[in-house]
Design a protein around this ligand. Structure first.
Ligand code: IPM
Ligand code: MG
Length: 353
């Protein structure tokens, strides 16, 4: 297969982990006879510095012309304590989601045997947890009408039937390919927008008699994720709830540095780690590249290249078994490996295994 990938390394540790994603994608391509062409584009703080826009037109065009986007991270401490800044790096991410129509954000939460001791949860609670959070990504409060003056402010949590139906279809599709259990997470006891979600879900439920659908309030879901994560198979929820629940869910696996994601919708799909740009680690060669590398696995799988995805997953497991790990997940007494060492080890494993 011929793949054109738009590569958006972004800020902070972004370029370092993106390079490892590329090394692994190239190793898979060599082994399986694919050819990948990369088109690098700027975004985030770097793009603000150069063009004033965190998602410049040229980057948008590069994304639109590609088969997939491999994205790393954006963010810069210069903007964190600047509430009056006119533009922020994160707006580049939101613009990318909106302009590419990426309404479905897929965040798998998987635990790795041998890493569960790093989880803040007890081993027996977290062991075997394996679920996917399907987060609606282009609607709700993030994009609804906003207002702010010195006395009052609001964000409008607006959803249309069409937006709810299409994300539920994606979620049911995942449930059918997994353990056939869908949990619709909302706050229907308080919010009108949630009542629409629940109404639409109840209407669609009979079309999927092979899937068990249940409904859970978001506060209860937040609790259940830490008390009984193995309960879940597929969670579907709106943008803001999904943002919060996926941060919570990601850390129960032991390290945020392990979790990949895919965002799909109307135009080019985007594959990116769930974690951010970790500016303090920039240039130190300590960032964990596994979330980025597993995002490459999701990229291949998106194109039906499941063997390629499996090769990457197996290589990642092998690196963990061999204790070739960055400091965030390294075991006591084992040697130090940097970002580049882990990426190179996995790429080499793929070429020779
Ligand atoms: C995420 C992030 C973003 C979000 C930020 C960086 C705007 O937290 O992808 O979860 O809130 O969606
Ligand atoms: Mg988030």
């Amino acid at each position: 297969m011929n793949l054109n990938i738009a590569l958006l390394p972004g800020d902070g540790i972004g370029p370092e982990i993106a390079a490892q994603g590329v090394a692994v994608a190239d190793a898979v391509a060599r082994r399986c006879g694919h050819s990948i062409h990369y088109h690098t584009a700027i975004c985030g703080a770097e793009a603000i510095d150069i063009t004033g826009d965190p998602f410049p037109e040229e980057t948008f065009r590069t994304c639109m012309e590609a088969d997939a986007v491999l994205f790393a991270a954006v963010g810069d401490p210069r903007y964190d304590n600047a509430p009056t800044a006119a533009v922020r790096p994160e707006q580049g991410l939101l613009a990318m989601r909106k302009r590419l129509g990426l309404y479905a954000n897929i965040r798998p939460i998987t635990t790795f045997p041998g890493l569960t001791h790093m989880s803040p949860l007890k081993d027996d609670i977290v062991s075997g947890a394996d679920f996917v959070c399907i987060r609606e990504l282009t609607g709700g409060m993030y994009f609804g009408q906003k207002h702010q003056d010195s006395d009052s402010a609001y964000d409008t949590n607006i959803y249309t039937r069409h937006e709810v139906e299409r994300i539920l279809r994606v979620a049911y599709g995942y449930a059918r390919r997994r353990r056939r259990h869908l949990t619709v997470v909302d706050k229907a006891n308080v919010l009108a927008s949630s009542r629409l979600w629940r109404q639409v879900a109840r209407e669609m439920e009979p079309q999927y008699p092979d899937v068990v659908t249940d409904y859970m309030f978001v506060d209860n879901a937040a609790m259940r994720i830490v008390t009984e994560p193995c309960f879940f198979d597929v969670i579907v929820t709106e943008n803001t709830f999904g943002d919060i629940l996926t941060d919570e869910a990601s850390c129960i696996t032991g390290s945020m540095g392990l979790l990949p994601s895919a965002s799909t919708g109307e135009h080019t799909p985007v594959f990116e780690p769930v974690h951010g740009s970790w500016p303090q680690a920039k240039g130190l060669n300590i960032a964990n590249p596994l979330a980025q590398i597993l995002s490459v696995a999701m990229l291949f799988e998106h194109f039906g290249l499941n063997d390629e995805g499996a090769i990457i997953r197996q290589a990642v497991s092998a690196s963990l078994d061999a204790n070739v790990r960055t400091p965030d997940i390294q075991v006591a007494g084992a040697p130090h490996y940097g970002t580049t060492d882990v990426g190179a080890w996995i790429a080499n494993y793929i070429c020779h295994a």
